[in-house]
Design a protein around this ligand. Structure first.
Ligand SMILES: [Zn+2]
Ligand SMILES: [Zn+2]
Length: 153
């Protein structure tokens, strides 16, 4: 396995990437909409544009998805997921930073199970809240160091 596969998966499952989102990134269908949502988060972390488009419902998929290379993602929290037949919703939040600006994204995403057995992202309601970490606050990157000694240094 590559060192990436042996590192903790960015989706925060606590499993290794090789035992988690990598399988989905290699084409295995997600068992649940939540697993697909996690794999899409990991794909954002790794900048996997093609996977993000492939896992998007064909009815709502954009023609292209420009990814901003300056965006860094830190930590995903899944709050709730509900499935009703071939439809599902997942609510989650994630922190990210662009340059020195921090944000918390809260989103409720809708997913649909397609005839080919793959869950795909349909659409979502997203809310962006700016974060203003104080110098002595814990760093929003999740390092458990003070902001001034970490990303705010
Ligand atoms: Zn994962
Ligand atoms: Zn930090």
């Amino acid at each position: 396995m590559s060192s990436k596969a042996e590192a903790l998966c960015p989706c925060g499952s606590g499993r290794l990437y090789g035992d988690c989102c990598q399988r989905l990134h290699q084409g295995q269908p997600a068992a649940t909409a939540e697993a697909l949502m996690r794999s899409r988060y990991s794909a954002f972390v790794f900048g996997m544009q093609e996977y993000l488009l492939e896992s998007w419902d064909s009815r709502t998929r954009p023609a292209e998805l420009p990814l901003d290379n300056d965006t860094r993602w830190f930590g995903l929290t899944v709050h709730d997921s509900q499935q009703d037949g071939d439809r599902a919703t997942v609510s989650f939040s994630a922190r990210f930073c662009e340059g020195k600006d921090w944000f918390c994204l809260s989103e409720v995403s809708a997913f649909a199970l397609a005839a080919d057995g793959h869950w795909r992202y349909v659409d979502g309601k997203a809310d962006f809240q700016p974060l203003q970490p104080g110098r002595n606050d814990l760093c929003p990157c999740g390092s458990e160091k003070k902001y001034k000694k970490c990303c705010g240094a």
